[in-house]
Structures are given as C-alpha cells and as structure tokens.
Design a protein around this ligand. Structure first.
Ligand SMILES: C[S@@+](CC[C@H](N)C(=O)[O-])C[C@H]1O[C@@H](n2cnc3c(N)ncnc32)[C@H](O)[C@@H]1O
Length: 299
C-alpha cells in the first residue's frame, strides 16, 4: 500500500512501467490473474492500497528464495499480494487474514479466478483475534509452522502481529512488514504520534533488539505507489539454540534448524575442533558442538 497523498515522482512510475514490460509480461498467466483481481477490486470499490506489481513480484521472489511452502499474511484486501505469494511455487499454501467481509468476498472471487482457492485460505476476523487461534493449531501440530509472513494490515498492531507470527515460524523464516517508511515520516519526530508512524517505529525498535533474528533491514521503496519501505526480518532461533540443551541437540540433529553465523551469543565462543568451511552450516554445527566447552555444565 502507498502513503496516501504522498507526492510521487513520475520517474518512479516510468521506471516501474519499464521494468514491468520486461519482467512481468502481459501474456503471462500471473499478469492476467493480477489484472483480473485489480479490475474486480476497482469495480467493487475496494481501495487501491494493494502492493504494486513489482512489490508483489518482490514478495514472490522472496518466497522462492527461501523455498517457502507455508505463508501467513495479515491484510488480504482484494487478494493481490496473496496471489503473488501463492504463485511463487505450485506447493505454496497461503493463509491470509482479513477483517472486512466485503474485502474477503472480493479476494475470494479473485483467488478463484486465479485457480488458487485450494491454496489460499482467507480467514475472516481481526488479526489480533485470529492469529492466536492459528497459533493454537500450529502449537498442537494441526498446522505446519510458517516459512514466510507478510504483515500489511492495521499499522498500530504491527508489533503484535510480528510477535504472534514469529512464535509460529520455523527457523530461517522471513517476516516482512509493509509500509514502515511512510513517505519518510518514519524519521520525522513531529509525526511520532501518527498511528502509522508509531506502529512502524515500535516494530523497528523491537526487531532491532530481537536476538532471535539472524538478520533484519529496512528497504526503502519508491515506485508507482509512492515512497515507503519494507521491514525484512530473517528469523533464526539463535538465542534459544545456544541457551538450552534440547535446542542445541535438536539443531545438531537437524541442520536446517539453525544458521548461527550471526549469533551474538556464539561469537564469544571459539571453535576448538575442526571447522569445515566448505559447508558453512556444518562448520557452524561444529561451533555448536564445541560450545559444549562453554556450556559444559548444561550439556
Ligand atoms: C493495505 S491492505 C492489504 C493489501 C494486500 N496485502 C495487498 O497488497 O494486496 C490492508 C488490509 O488490511 C485489512 N485490515 C485492517 N485492519 C485489520 C485487522 N485488524 N485485521 C485484519 N485485517 C485488517 C483492511 O481491511 C485491508 O483490506
């Protein structure tokens, strides 16, 4: 979604259009699905606050990069970002939450047109109510953990959504929060009480000190939707991996569960055994094994 009323630069739209011509060809099926969804939303008076086409493709490529299979989204609107994410691969399932019944109905029509009804589930309700229900299902094993999360709903709840989502993510999952730059208001102290800015500042402040993350950044964006930005987080489970015996043993048995190269808690540990650089994860696992020296009484 774009910042309402923010002054756009025509060069941004021109560049978007140029890139779209080359990277999002009109004859592609995805293009047709998204065009249908866009026109349907317009005809049903849904506000035009969805991701831009190139932002949708950004979400899609992020899902592809981490080989996502289970995606969680808060804020469905007309289903456009959900369609992009589900189009990242034939096995991807998207669970998306929408508080507005009308938006949900329109999204479901667009999703059906795209042939994705069996892979995109739209849940009706406020994110703050629906997420704990999903979490219960994840905790009880009824639902798999999520690999990728896109948060794009009511901005004051950004941090709540981030916290709920993180609790349902597998290690190395990616969480993206949209609209955190807000036409530059993010850095404007006179706008600190603006609910959107507050929501962006809260979540950025929290992730900045969240030791569970392997990496995090804010990517400022310009384009046909104006000037804004994505907050990208890569979840790593790092702190728990070094803090308790079960997690370490689990990590050792399942290398996919960890990637500890940026783990602050490990940086003070010196690998005492062999460190196989050919395979970073194995090397890191060795560090983890060697961490027994430092954590000896815990293992
Ligand atoms: C920016 S739009 C989402 C755009 C969509 N992700 C896309 O790019 O195609 C935000 C959506 O969040 C929904 N929303 C607002 N408050 C919500 C809440 N508390 N819980 C769930 N959805 C909410 C709005 O009704 C709206 O459809």
């Amino acid at each position: 979604m774009s910042m309402q009323g923010h002054k756009k630069d025509e060069r941004w739209t021109a560049a978007d259009n140029y890139v779209l011509k080359h990277l999002h060809p009109e004859e592609s099926q995805l293009y047709e699905h998204v065009r249908f969804a866009t026109q349907l939303a317009e005809s049903k008076d849904i506000p035009s606050i969805e991701v831009s086409l190139l932002q949708g493709k950004f979400l899609m490529t992020q899902c592809q990069m981490i080989n996502a299979k289970h995606v969680l989204e808060v804020g469905t609107l007309g289903g456009i970002s959900a369609i992009f994410q589900a189009s990242a691969g034939p096995e991807i399932k998207v669970t998306t939450i929408e508080v507005d019944e009308h938006h949900k109905a329109v999204a479901e029509e667009a999703i059906a047109h795209a042939g994705l009804s069996d892979r995109i589930e739209v849940l009706l309700g406020a994110g703050i109510d629906v997420l704990p229900k999903i979490r219960k299902e994840v905790d009880s094993g009824q639902r798999p953990k999520f690999d990728f999360v896109f948060i794009d709903a009511d901005k004051p709840n950004n941090l709540n959504y981030y916290n709920e989502a993180l609790a349902m993510c597998r290690s190395r999952a990616c969480i993206i929060v949209d609209n955190v730059v807000r036409g530059g208001l993010l850095a404007d102290d006179s706008a600190a009480e603006n609910p959107g800015v507050k929501g962006a500042r809260e979540v950025i402040g929290a992730v900045g000190t969240d030791a569970r993350l392997l990496g995090t950044t804010v990517l400022q964006t310009v384009g046909e939707k104006g000037y804004d930005g994505f907050l990208n987080n890569l979840f790593a489970h790092v702190s728990s991996a070094v803090n308790d015996k079960e997690s370490i043993l689990q990590s050792i048995q399942n290398p996919d569960l960890i990637c500890l190269s940026a783990c602050p808690a490990l940086s003070r540990l010196k690998p005492t055994g062999s460190f196989r650089t050919q395979d970073a994860e194995v090397g890191i696992l060795n560090i983890c094994l060697d961490a027994r020296c430092a954590l000896g009484n815990k293992l």
